[in-house]
Design a protein around this ligand. Sequence first.
Ligand SMILES: [Fe+2]
Length: 149
Amino acid sequence: MQKQPFAQPPFASLVEDHKKVKGIIEQLLATSATAKKTRQDLLGTLKKELESHETLEEKLLYPALKQQKPTHDMALEAYQEHHVVDVLLDELESLDFQDEAWKAKLRVLQENLLHHIREEEEQLFPKAAKTLDEGQLNHIEQGIEQARR
Ligand SMILES: [Fe+2]
């Protein structure tokens, strides 16, 4: 059984993003190679969601985590995991929607993303909640809320 995601503020809204992104990928995986317009639209939505989510984490959360010993290495790893997902997304965009490799690439993107999300929800976020002080957590929460407005 999968562990419950760690979803206290300021992590709760990031966990909501994760759910949304996972849902879009499921929808994409259900498309057929002839559904060009649907693939295009869903991929556009996925890109928008991922970009805004990654920016929030990279600008507001990871810098604070990088400065703390218990979360330093995991934060560095998280940046790289985002990067891999971005590369796969770019490749997916330039690949012909009808190419037989398209869905295979999407599955690899999904695997990478699920791994990253699991590490965040089960390890990094709980560790961050313990490591950062209340002031830092409030600051991150406010930053996220402001950016979403
Ligand atoms: Fe992330």
